[in-house]
Design a protein around this ligand. Structure first.
Ligand SMILES: NC(=O)c1ccc[n+]([C@@H]2O[C@H](COP(=O)([O-])OP(=O)(O)OC[C@H]3O[C@@H](n4cnc5c(N)ncnc54)[C@H](O)[C@@H]3O)[C@@H](O)[C@H]2O)c1
Length: 228
């Protein structure tokens, strides 16, 4: 039984569909409604009371929780001089604080099931474009929160992080150079992330915890200095 946040679209929907296909019972949570694969809950995962209700509902309805995939996230792109405190707080609450709230609420169920948590950070935890301060800070925090949780919640609960690079979630028209600039030769797909999430909550990854997996087609390994 797996809880996937941000399951109404993009990477979260792909993770939910992939887990469903692999035989997992999936509860999706999102601000938006979605066709349920197992059960879908409309909830704001940045809200403490909503998270408590979500997890209490799983305890009551499913009676167990084996995997928590903290995927929901937002980005606000704005020059730092124009970024309002409320906007900063919203990005941090959605991308970082939500994982604290979810992990805290779900720990008893995950402990009982000897389960696993997967957080979805970003290569932007380590590198940036301009005007993305709140997002980068939230994802850097999420990488650190992941290893902290892995130490605190082990040995019963394993906690790992996936940091995606460029993942095409909406079928945007991509240029040949968009693909070619990646050492792997292509932009990523939601399925690239879903398969790693499935591995990290499955029995084959039993000796892996506190780790960050960068899935970016090699972009963060590539020197980008202009040649002479
Ligand atoms: N797409 C990429 O290239 C990429 C790269 C690196 C990291 N990521 C990360 O992957 C995750 C998924 O990204 P995506 O591209 O699929 O995004 P997306 O915008 O397509 O989907 C995110 C989903 O999260 C939901 N959501 C947002 N705020 C929420 C809240 N407070 N409560 C509940 N649900 C909420 C949205 O409604 C949406 O369905 C995010 O954490 C994102 O930062 C994405």
């Amino acid at each position: 039984m797996a809880l996937v946040t941000g399951a109404a679209g993009g990477i979260g929907a792909a993770i939910a569909a992939d887990l469903h296909e692999r035989g997992w019972h999936v509860v999706g949570a999102d601000l938006r409604p979605a066709p349920p694969l197992g059960r879908h809950v409309v909830a704001d995962i940045a809200d403490e009371a909503a998270v408590a209700t979500l997890v209490a509902g799983i305890a009551a309805d499913e009676g167990r929780l084996d995997a928590l995939i903290c995927n929901a996230g937002i980005m606000i792109r704005k020059p730092v001089t124009a970024l309002g405190l409320a906007e900063w707080n919203r990005v941090l609450a959605t991308n970082l604080t939500s994982t604290f709230l979810l992990a805290r609420a779900a720990t008893p169920l995950l402990r009982a099931a000897k389960g696993a948590i997967v957080t979805i950070a970003s290569t932007r935890a380590r590198m940036s474009e301009a005007d993305t301060e709140a997002y980068a800070a939230s994802k850097g925090g999420l990488v650190a929160l992941t290893h902290a949780l892995s130490v605190s919640l082990g040995p019963e609960i394993r906690v790992n992080c996936i940091s995606p690079g460029w993942i095409d979630t909406n079928g945007a028209a991509l240029r040949p150079i968009d693909h070619a600039q990646h050492p792997a030769g292509r932009v990523g797909t939601p399925a690239d992330i879903a398969s790693m999430a499935a591995f990290l909550i499955g029995p084959e990854s039993g000796f892996i915890t506190g780790a960050e997996f960068v899935i970016d087609g090699g972009m963060t390994r590539k020197m980008i200095y202009e040649p002479d």
